[in-house]
Design a protein around this ligand. Structure first.
Ligand SMILES: Nc1ncnc2c1ncn2[C@@H]1O[C@H](COP(=O)(O)OP(=O)(O)OP(=O)(O)O)[C@@H](O)[C@H]1O
Ligand SMILES: [Mg+2]
Length: 367
């Protein structure tokens, strides 16, 4: 029984005979179909750009007089937006078919095997699949935007707490220290109070440095004052002192201007990578390199430890690793993690400082 719903179909086909056959198949399956015919790429592109008719599906012949193959696919995928594209072609090329699917094509049919029914099925499946994908993409977008907001709120809150601790406690302890110093100056040397004051001063100094440490760990002041690279050097220094792992850092550029929201995400990625090394790697050496290739900053952290198991790397429950990937996606950076039991782990972060508008990568939430 023919399909009742209205369907608008763009057929991009230069061969008149093939078009007539396709049209016949379509009309036998769709009761209410508007079929638009484009005989070449130029006409098809114009029709897709004008978007006068919201097409439900595009049928595409792969060898047109003015464009063909992969290049044609790229262009039509680009101009079709969310409209599913089904490739109809005359030559049997399975590999090419599979590749075209990964480029955004919904289905790949051979003209020699085409029947009204398999064309109909392919169209209906492709349209339904596209709807499901669009819904998934939409909900993924919402999750990402929520994650971004959450991360900004957490950072703001950390900043606020760090400021309060530093300013309030810090000031009070500094006041106490001054009072103790003044007390010491005016103390009567005859009544043995001086050693007690010295011990108190020692405690107060210790508390001041602990408070500085806590505030810095919550939100490194250096990051806001001197920028990302200075904060990374500070972090690496802290890491080396605490873990005892020899760490070499090489930064071949001056810090380029980087957006604050990007800086904090990169800093948190570094923090997680270094924490992971001290917790899990059993490494004796860490090499960090920051290089600049015409504005594309490449950051590598390499440890010579036991490496991350591939099953762990792809486990969606590895929250630290997942957060790193999410943070990189959020700022439009690329994060590669490669590892082996022989050579250890390498985490590589690549981002272009010249990109003004940071669009999150379209990468899946779980990798
Ligand atoms: N540099 C590394 N060398 C060896 N193994 C690593 C390294 N980094 C991570 N791993 C392994 O990957 C696992 C997942 O890391 P992930 O950061 O996601 O979680 P975690 O560090 O165990 O916990 P969390 O980060 O949530 O506190 C770790 O448990 C560890 O087995
Ligand atoms: Mg971790």
């Amino acid at each position: 029984m023919p399909h009742r719903e209205h369907f608008s179909i763009l057929v991009i086909e230069d061969n008149e005979g093939d078009f007539v056959l396709i049209e016949e198949f379509l009309l036998s399956e769709f009761e209410d179909a508007t079929i638009t015919h484009a005989q070449n790429y130029t006409v098809a592109q114009k029709l897709l750009v004008e978007k006068n008719i919201p097409y439900n599906v595009v049928l595409l012949d792969l060898s047109l007089p003015d464009k063909n193959g992969i290049e044609l696919i790229y262009e039509i995928v680009n101009y079709s937006g969310n409209v599913p594209i089904i490739v109809l072609t005359g030559y049997i090329d399975f590999e090419f078919g599979v590749k075209s699917l990964s480029l955004g094509i919904s289905d790949y049919l051979l003209k020699e095997e085409l029947t009204a029914l398999n064309l109909y099925k392919s169209i209906i499946y492709s349209v339904e699949r596209k709807k499901i994908t669009a819904t998934l993409e939409e909900s993924e977008k919402r999750v990402r935007s929520f994650a971004k907001q959450l991360s900004e709120i957490v950072e703001e809150e950390r900043s606020r707490i760090a400021r309060e601790i530093h300013d309030e406690f810090g000031q009070q302890l500094s006041g106490l220290k001054m009072s103790l110093s003044s007390l010491k100056k005016h103390a009567d040397p005859s009544n043995d109070i001086e050693p007690v004051i010295d011990a108190l001063l020692l405690d107060v100094n210790q508390s001041i440095s602990t408070i500085r440490q806590i505030a810095n760990e919550l939100r490194p002041a250096l990051l806001d004052k001197l920028g990302l690279f200075a904060a990374i050097e500070w972090l690496v220094n802290q890491f080396q002192n605490k873990s005892g792992i020899e760490t070499r850092i090489y930064i071949d550029i001056d810090q380029p201007p980087i957006d604050k929201s990007v800086e904090i995400n990169i800093f948190r990625i570094f923090q997680e990578v270094l924490t992971n090394i001290s917790k899990h790697a059993n490494a004796s050496l860490v090499n960090i390199r920051v290089e600049n290739n015409n504005g594309v900053v490449n950051m590598k952290i390499i440890d010579n430890g036991r490496g991350i198991k591939s099953s762990t790397l792809h486990n969606p429950m590895s929250m630290g690793l997942l957060n790193m990937t999410e943070r990189a996606n959020l700022i439009g950076a690329k994060l590669n993690i490669s590892c082996s039991a022989q050579t250890g782990t390498m985490v590589e972060l690549i981002f272009d400082v010249n990109v003004k508008e940071r669009v999150p990568n379209k990468k899946a939430l779980y990798y």
